[in-house]
Ligand binder design. Structure first.
Ligand SMILES: Nc1ncnc2c1ncn2[C@@H]1O[C@H](COP(=O)(O)OP(=O)(O)OP(=O)(O)O)[C@@H](O)[C@H]1O
Ligand SMILES: [Mg+2]
Length: 290
């Protein structure tokens, strides 16, 4: 086991947050404490329930997601990774449980979402710059402010293509960059990315990982990234969430104490390799249902 890694134990964590030394603490207050999570928590998930027909996906799932960090989610096929982030994002209804960000409903905060399928995510009739500006236009943001926000993102992404191009004139990686810029332009509190690079070739994936790492570190946006590539999941993450088979539980929630910026060479660093091998054994045990 890697020295810095911590195994997430919802039971232990619940004990620590529901501790109330004074007997006069009301049930309401202690509920509130339950829903604020451990220090540094941004999003609290308690008692999450979800089923599709007779298929129980989540059955009393608890998790605290840290503020301003990148959490990568990795787990067996079909375990419910997309279902989880879609419920947190409020795109998919849940059957029970609570999800709060700083005590607020997710519907009341600004979020960004990057879909796997960038081809269907962008409006083909709008130039890239207008795709990015679209959420701001919808929110009635003044054109000067729209331009300021986009210029800031252009600088952060170090763009090598013309934003006046239409999506179909761009490569897959460039289109996904536009999608990510569109998700970030509203300066969301939380960014969701569901396998954002899985439709890209390997070379483009490496470039995109670095761009994303750089931009998210600069903005400090709380981010949840689903990846089916363990190396990528670790490379980008501050914390790695490993899930079990259904009904899905947290197999482990590991810290990724590897210095940034991470570079392709980082993947051959002994600390990286040790963490990857630890994660792999947890994953294999989770797949076997241990
Ligand atoms: N709308 C739906 N109706 C019925 N079943 C669904 C629906 N959406 C997802 N499922 C099922 O729920 C389970 C979890 O799906 P989900 O897409 O969240 O998994 P995932 O971990 O993201 O999978 P993958 O690794 O394939 O992306 C799967 O068995 C899937 O078939
Ligand atoms: Mg999925």
């Amino acid at each position: 086991m890697v020295e810095h890694a911590t195994i997430y134990t919802p039971a232990a964590q619940d004990d620590s947050i529901s501790f109330s030394p004074a007997s006069y603490v009301t049930a309401g207050l202690s509920d509130q404490a339950q829903m604020s999570g451990t220090p540094g928590t941004h999003i609290v998930i308690r008692g999450l329930m979800k089923r599709f027909q007779n298929n129980r996906i989540y059955d009393g799932f608890d998790l605290d997601l840290p503020r301003g960090k990148i959490v990568s989610i990795f787990g067996p096929n079909g375990c419910g990774k997309s279902t989880l982030i879609n419920m947190i994002a409020g795109i998919l209804p849940r059957d029970g449980g609570e999800i709060l960000a700083d005590g607020k409903r997710i519907a009341d905060i600004k979020i960004g979402y990057v879909f796997q399928n960038y081809r269907e995510a962008l409006f083909p009739w709008l130039r890239s710059v207008d795709n990015i500006a679209y959420p701001l236009r919808l929110a009635g943001v003044h054109p000067a402010e729209r331009k300021r926000r986009i210029d800031k993102l252009v600088a952060a992404f170090d763009l090598k293509f013309d934003l006046h191009s239409y999506p179909y004139d761009l490569s897959g990686g460039q289109q996904q960059t536009v999608s990510i810029m569109r998700a970030l332009v509203t300066e969301p509190e939380v960014l969701f990315l569901d396998e954002p690079f899985s439709a890209l070739d390997y070379e483009m994936t490496l470039i995109m990982r670095d761009q994303l790492q750089h931009v998210l570190a600069a903005t400090g946006t709380t981010s949840l990234l689903v990846s089916h590539d363990l190396e990528e999941a670790i490379y980008l993450a501050d914390k790695l969430l490993l899930l079990t088979r259904r009904p899905t539980r947290v197999a482990a929630f590991l810290n990724v104490p590897i210095a940034r910026p991470r570079m392709p060479e980082t993947t051959t660093d002994p600390a990286f390799i040790a963490l990857k091998s630890e994660a792999l054994s947890i994953f294999q045990a989770a797949v076997r249902g241990l």
